[in-house]
Design a protein around this ligand. Structure first.
Ligand code: FES
Length: 681
């Protein structure tokens, strides 16, 4: 018997939102959801094309809602749904219905699965990190535009506007003049059916002939050594493909300051470096789109993070002012710019968003790290450290946030270390030293076994044992300290040379042989000094921020970046890279800067959020702080000359001895390091 749709009403509850209402029998579920403001996606406007509006009908009695949600309380599978499910690569999972093609026939409870919601959450794998909420910067709207005829002389653009208002209630959209050049072609090519991409500011980005399913965005992290790009589905947040390349600017200078020097010595040096970095981004975009079987013009949004010099060079700004005090940025605001103005071969209207820099040495990469880790949302005092040739340090909580950078130099990356190398197969990355025999065992990248296990030689034959990487050197020196090979002030103790053949004299100092094979891997006194200088710079920076915040300890520590990802917190603490903290509260934050770029890409509201936070971050210039030197001197010792490490002492038996540190020598180092490398004009 046909249902009388004129008089009856049905009670409908949507989960998980709990939104509820009464609707006339026969109302499409999608319409009811939209009327209540339930978060359910749709691109095709209820035409059964996109499949985004899928819902599940929860059957049974729901006393809480006073609803008996019977199977027959929604309409049976429709022809539209059958047609949708019959399309290649389309499926309607068991129990799923297209809400646009299903009517309400009685009281019902309807569940909106996460993948049908516009504002989805991406659950992050790293423990202790907030999930990413997706609020897409660009959305697609499929419309059918009325064809022109002799009786209606209105232009194509007006009829497109009318369709967007009629079907999507979108008004006052802005179409750039460039859009008009191709609009007529696109409308006719799509036979008057087009999918319009509109950004969150009401700007039309693209008009695509026919029905278009999804759009992509690119999150780019420009490091001084490597450049990484992640192609993401703007709706689901899924990373479709990732690629990385060496930063080609390396040929102009290994580190940042030598690149600025290059610009000073070569007129147009900045133009060259801008050109090569943009070419690299184009190459990466081509690579990731090819891998994901997408087209370059499907990328409609790009976000960038990078240190201040990379930031300036990307934008074509001469970075010369960043080469010397007072290290003035051209801008510390975020930058919105069209991709074509950056000479990127993407869609003509693709927008780029560059996260804001914080200070002359604290860039958009740190802003990305702050966005990713969100210390400003927590009560706990968080210390964030991104360790590279410069360490970026952020400290604080929801009340107050401070940031600084400290010139650690390249020692943590294996440079300036006698047998140091980048983290690559064959590099020693883990070290343990027996306290009695002083015999080491180690692990190399590319092999799961320890060096004292059977099969180790066999399994490392291919890679060999080629050197020691950053995390390896940290563990080696920490273990040498724990075993008494190194004193608290960092001297390799020659007096125990008779105890082990591994401690050998080299001129006036001693070295420790870690591996004596085809390639000898040893730790020299200079290596220990290089690490001491680097870690003291990092610790002194952290300590200054703690002083500013008037705190003696931090609640949690997150180590970001490639190096932070690899070092074991315990060893970082034994050496005194980081302050004492409950070890359970020290963890890796992964590539936090890159994650920040991805969050800014997928959640446009996060852009305002980080802009606001960055404005409030207090910048501390370590080079001009009078206490830096004293903190630096104290931090030369392992783990520190004066500061206590009670949490660490609970986990590790720290050697006790009198300090024999040559404070005059160290103070001289400190003064030298505090003067940032001055670049000559
Ligand atoms: Fe597109 Fe339902 S809204 S299939």
């Amino acid at each position: 018997m046909p249902i009388d749709t004129s008089t009856s009403d049905a009670r409908v509850v949507f989960t998980p939102s709990g939104k509820r209402g009464h609707f006339p029998i026969g109302t499409p579920i999608l319409q009811a959801a939209q009327a209540l403001g339930v978060d359910v996606d749709s691109v095709c406007g209820g035409r059964g094309l996109c499949g985004r509006c899928q819902v599940e009908h929860a059957t049974g009695k729901f006393p809480k809602h006073y609803i008996n949600s019977k199977a027959e309380n929604i309409s049976p599978i429709s022809e539209t749904e059958k047609a949708y499910a019959a399309k290649p690569k389309k499926t309607l999972l068991d129990g799923r219905r297209l809400s646009c093609a299903t009517q309400i026939l009685g009281d019902c409870v309807i569940d909106i699965p996460p993948d049908s919601q516009v504002h989805q959450q991406i659950v992050r794998k790293e423990a202790d990190a907030f999930d990413i909420e997706i609020i897409p910067p660009v959305q697609l709207h499929y419309v059918e535009v009325w064809e022109p005829n002799m009786h209606d002389p209105s232009g194509d653009l007006r009829r497109l506007r009318e369709a967007l208002e009629r079907e999507w209630h979108l008004t006052n959209l802005r179409f750039g003049p460039g859009m008009l050049l191709s609009l007529q072609k696109e409308l006719r090519e799509g036979n008057w059916k087009v999918t319009v991409a509109v950004d969150y500011l009401g700007q039309v980005i693209a008009v695509n002939p026919g029905f278009k399913e999804s759009l992509c965005g690119l999150a780019v992290d420009i490091g001084s050594t490597t450049v990484a790009a992640h192609l993401c589905n703007l709706r689901t947040g899924e990373v479709l493909a990732s690629a990385g390349m060496m930063n080609p600017q390396i040929r102009f200078g290994e580190d940042l300051m030598s690149r600025v020097s290059y610009v000073m010595m070569h007129p147009d040096g900045d133009v060259e470096m801008t050109k090569v970095i943009r070419e690299t981004i184009n190459e990466l975009a081509a690579k990731v789109t090819a891998e994901a079987h997408r087209k370059l013009d499907e990328i409609v949004e790009v976000t960038f993070v990078g240190n201040p010099i990379m930031h300036h060079l990307l934008l074509g700004i001469n970075p010369i002012e960043l080469g010397g005090a007072p290290f003035a940025l051209a801008t510390d605001e975020s930058v919105r710019i069209r991709a074509r103005d950056l000479k990127l071969n993407l869609h003509n209207n693709t927008r780029c968003y560059v996260l804001p820099c914080i200070a002359g040495h604290v860039g958009a990469d740190t802003a990305g790290m702050i966005l990713s880790e969100a210390p400003y949302k927590r009560e706990a005092i968080t210390l964030l450290v991104d360790i590279g040739t410069n360490a970026e340090i952020v400290l604080g909580n929801k009340e107050r946030l401070l940031a600084a950078s400290s010139p650690t130099g390249p020692a943590f990356e294996g440079a300036q270390i006698t047998c140091g190398q980048r983290a690559a197969p064959g590099a020693i990355e883990r070290v343990r030293i027996d306290k009695k025999t002083l015999e080491p065992k180690f692990k190399v990248i590319g092999c799961e076994l320890w060096s004292d296990e059977n099969e180790f030689s066999e399994q490392t034959k291919k890679t060999g044992i080629t050197g020691i990487c950053g995390s390896g050197i940290i563990e080696a020196i920490a273990e040498m300290f724990l075993a008494g090979i190194i004193t608290q002030d960092g001297v390799i103790n020659g007096s125990i040379a008779k105890k082990s053949e591994r401690i050998i004299k080299e001129g006036r100092t001693y070295s420790y042989i870690l591996y004596d094979g085809e390639q000898k891997v040893h730790i020299s006194q200079n290596d220990v000094r290089a690490i001491q200088l680097a870690k003291a710079a990092l610790y002194a920076g952290t300590r200054l921020l703690m002083e500013r915040l008037d705190i003696e300890s931090v609640d949690r520590i997150r180590l970001a970046g490639a190096f932070g990802n690899h070092i074991e917190p315990k060893y970082a603490m034994i050496l005194g890279l980081i302050p004492d903290c409950n070890l359970k509260q020290v963890s890796s934050a992964g590539n936090a800067a890159g994650t920040g770029a991805r969050i800014a890409l997928l959640n446009h509201e996060s852009r305002n959020e980080i802009e606001e936070v960055v404005r409030q971050v207090e910048k501390v210039e370590t080079a001009v702080e009078s206490n830096f030197q004293q903190h630096f001197v104290n931090a030369m010792a392992f783990p520190n000359k004066i500061e206590k490490f009670p949490n660490l002492a609970k986990e590790v038996e720290l050697p006790t001895e009198n300090m024999g540190i040559n404070t005059i020598e160290i103070a001289a180092h400190a003064t030298k390091r505090r003067r940032r490398k001055k670049v000559n004009h």
